[in-house]
Design a protein around this ligand. Structure first.
Ligand code: PMP
Length: 392
């Protein structure tokens, strides 16, 4: 065989072993994956329609119902990350010309508005400065003014570190003929949320935060109201892959025999199952308390270092991701790089409207421990001593 048939040589990088250093991931996600979940993801494959895999999917569904505190039958995991669930929610709910009201107090509202606009929805925005949350009055004014069919709001605003209170919003939306769509990617398992009691119509999350599974699967659930809105659609959802009719069948939510839709990321489902199982074993209340206590310890430690928390009101601080102002005179990039190089700890800078303003420290799931708080505070103290400080 002639050797000059190949014009592209073997990539040298691929001929060397895979390099994955040990790091403590205390950014806004992903968080570290504990051995039990890693092992689950490394199990041998089964066929995606084998009864054992369908059983795992049923267990995932029950785990999501527990984590979301819902009895909704249309509950499943999207084969994709949090953004994919955001798209799935919006594209199944919205038709061309529908009005969507988006609460924007950070990047996630911006992203949801972008997606809704691409879908041809009429998008109206409610604005709050980064670091603040919406009151029921703010929401009601928006509902009265814009008469939307869907309201999007972020429970755990990971770009700003804000926890959005949800009490009363579902009822308010329903009084105004609107569905409530909530992003809980960064907050699920770390702060209380009660899908049914709070009358949330669509709720989604991600696998790589408190659930400590690798990114790639995203829990989502639809209320009966939301399901009916989907059933009443005049047009098909714009994506085949994310069509909730197909996905409902594939996940055994419609009582019909399951049909092949796509090849599920089976190993991701194994991992997600274990993440949900660990949350169920610990119990939601203990998980919420764990995140509350370690976040409180972190906030106190940050103040002791002379740093200023970005979110003023204590009750509005997201227990999973803490934002702290970049101290005067420092370059945030130098601080994050110092922690990475000298302590093998990842923390992050701001994102979207908080870019350049804050550092973000995540304590999620198994990473939310008192000793990790001590480690990151120790690293930060070291960084503040060693990083360049301008005299301006
Ligand atoms: N929403 C929120 C609140 C998030 O924190 C994230 C991830 N940082 C996402 C959505 C998007 O999730 P993913 O990166 O998994 O697509």
């Amino acid at each position: 065989m002639a050797t000059n048939l190949l014009h592209v040589p073997k990539p040298q990088g691929l001929l060397r072993p895979l390099v994955v250093p040990e790091r403590l991931l205390l950014g806004p996600g992903p968080s570290n994956v504990p051995p039990r979940i890693l092992a689950a993801g490394g199990r041998q494959l089964l066929g995606h329609m084998h009864p054992e895999v369908l059983q795992v999917m049923d267990e995932i569904k029950a785990g999501i119902q527990y984590a979301f505190q819902t009895q909704n039958r249309l509950t499943l995991a999207i084969s994709g990350t949090g953004h994919c669930a955001m798209e799935a929610a919006l594209l199944n709910l919205l038709e061309h010309g529908d009005t969507a009201l988006v609460a924007v107090n950070g990047i996630w509202g911006q992203r949801a508005a972008d997606i809704a606009r691409r879908l041809g929805a009429v998008v109206r925005e409610l604005w709050k400065p980064p670091g603040e949350y919406f009151t029921p009055q703010d929401i009601e004014e928006g509902l009265v003014r814009h008469k939307p069919l869907v309201l999007f709001i972020t429970h755990g605003e990971s770009s700003t570190g804000v926890l959005q209170p949800l009490e009363g919003l579902g009822e308010l939306c329903h009084r105004h003929g609107c569905l409530l769509l909530v992003d809980a990617v960064a907050s699920l398992g770390g702060a209380p949320i009660f899908m049914d009691q709070q009358e949330i119509d669509v709720l989604y999350s991600g696998s790589q935060k408190v659930l400590n599974a690798p990114p790639g699967s995203a829990p989502i659930s639809f209320s009966e109201r939301a399901r009916e809105k989907i059933l009443r659609r005049k047009t098909q959802p714009l994506s085949f892959y994310l069509d909730m009719g197909w996905l409902a069948n594939y996940w055994g939510c419609d009582g019909e025999p399951r049909r092949y839709h796509h090849t599920a990321p089976i190993n991701s489902f194994f991992s997600l199952r274990e993440g949900l199982a660990m949350l169920a074993e610990l119990g939601l209340e203990s998980s919420w308390e764990r995140h509350r206590a370690n976040c409180a310890q972190l906030c106190q430690g940050l103040r002791d270092l002379g740093l200023e928390l970005f979110v003023k009101e204590e009750k509005a601080r997201l227990p999973t991701i803490t934002t702290v102002r970049v101290p005067k005179g420092y370059d945030w990039k130098e601080i994050t790089a110092f922690l990475m190089e000298n302590h093998a700890i990842e923390i992050a800078g701001g994102l979207g409207p908080s870019a350049g303003k804050v550092l973000r420290i995540g304590l999620m799931g198994c990473n939310s421990t008192s000793s990790n708080v001590d480690r990151v505070l120790h690293g930060l103290r070291d960084a503040l001593r060693h990083c360049h400080r301008s005299r301006l």
